[in-house]
Design a protein around this ligand. Sequence first.
Ligand SMILES: Cc1cc2nc3c(=O)[nH]c(=O)nc-3n(C[C@H](O)[C@H](O)[C@H](O)COP(=O)(O)OP(=O)(O)OC[C@H]3O[C@@H](n4cnc5c(N)ncnc54)[C@H](O)[C@@H]3O)c2cc1C
Length: 436
Amino acid sequence: MRARAMSWGRWPRDEPSMVLSLSDRFAALPAHAPRPMLAYGNGRSYGDVCLNQGGTLLKTRSLDRFIAFDPVFGTLECESGVLLSEIIDLALPYGWFPPVTPGTALVTVGGAIANDVHGKNHHRAACFSSHLLEFELCRSDGTRMICSATQNRPWFQATVGGLGLTGLISRARLRLRRVPGPWFRGDSQRFTRLHEFFDLSRQSDGDYEYTVAWIDCAASETALGRGIFMRANHAPGDGVEPKRVAMHVPFTPPVPLVNRASLRLFNYLYYERASAVQKDALWQYRPFLYPLDSIMNWNMIYGPHGFFQYQCVVPERDAEASVHEILRRVSRSGVGSFLAVLKNFGTSAPVGMLSFARPGTTLALDFPNRGEVTLKLLESLDEITRAAGGAVYPAKDARMSPAAFQQYFPEWTRFTEFVDPKFSSSFWRRVTGVSV
Ligand SMILES: Cc1cc2nc3c(=O)[nH]c(=O)nc-3n(C[C@H](O)[C@H](O)[C@H](O)COP(=O)(O)OP(=O)(O)OC[C@H]3O[C@@H](n4cnc5c(N)ncnc54)[C@H](O)[C@@H]3O)c2cc1C
């Protein structure tokens, strides 16, 4: 079957020759499907790590069974296509929550492992891999391996953050964390300069498990670096939980709704309407952790050509100067970013050979795809990231050069020993030139 499978940025439009939906975790990998193969979770990666031009995509969403859950110790075993939102629905009533979750709950466990995702609590909880007890890896030669921090450790280190290239993860066992309920208690405050963000982070990281800032990317050059800092902890609460209302963008607009004027207006209103200080606020976990999940297909507002996300991390030493220079170039380009998120990672070293999150400051920006103009801007942001010794996140990428990838992930040559000979992705071929 020839079918479309897109990534979240809706660009590139790489098409597999075949899409197979897997529903039996005990079955062997398909022997006769067009090569190469690649697992596809819920397509929440922005670029081409989940795409496989001309090959076979193995859709895992129907591997959606829970295998075991211990409500006393908070251990959970499930198939790899289970979504984090489904884990929350099951475990939260018993007082358990995923210990690390990205800014959307609509990712599969397999996708969370393969990108070794991080959340707003990275400075305390590190990445998804730090809470993984084990997983099963299925290789195209029919072998199955249990991998953990102590069993088949090199395979564990290659597969977490391994972008789906080492084989198919069929199931996983994780440790959840205790929470008093669905609430977060914390505060938010405006800051006017980047150095205030760094001060607030330093002051908050000890007492708050979740910290993050929104940056006004459309601000004039003199106001660059202003934003809103939020921090919170899981907390007991007796608020009324908001109803789940799923909104949809009804169709793809012929032109992006995100343009210079709408960006300026959105960023201005967001900054101006946020009260300067919000103290002791109570947030339910969905609006706090997953504000965008209430609009199911918000990615369509970028129009038919899709959009890019640029997420980099730069080491602490040059973080303020690097972030400032990135914001300056974005501001001068006049392109602006709808959503700009800034966060200080913790000091944990990456577990996976290709894991992205590492000590330093991470900045994530969204840009409508305007072709060459946007690509040139992103290349110029790469210059800053590379000069600072940082890295760009493959999960969000659709255009980094081979030289940039190889600098950001120096372990990539060692990693190639673990790549399944019948697996590949559009991303992997692009950044290594290696085809199957
Ligand atoms: C709104 C939004 C916010 C986000 N916020 C964050 C964030 O805060 N932090 C963060 O780290 N990321 C974030 N992301 C990115 C997202 O968490 C990752 O891209 C995640 O990996 C997507 O999971 P998925 O199930 O959709 O996998 P896909 O995007 O379908 O696939 C991702 C990778 O996983 C591999 N894969 C999937 N399933 C398997 C399997 N069973 N076996 C082997 N390989 C597999 C694929 O081959 C691919 O390489 C965000 C994305 C969105 C849309």
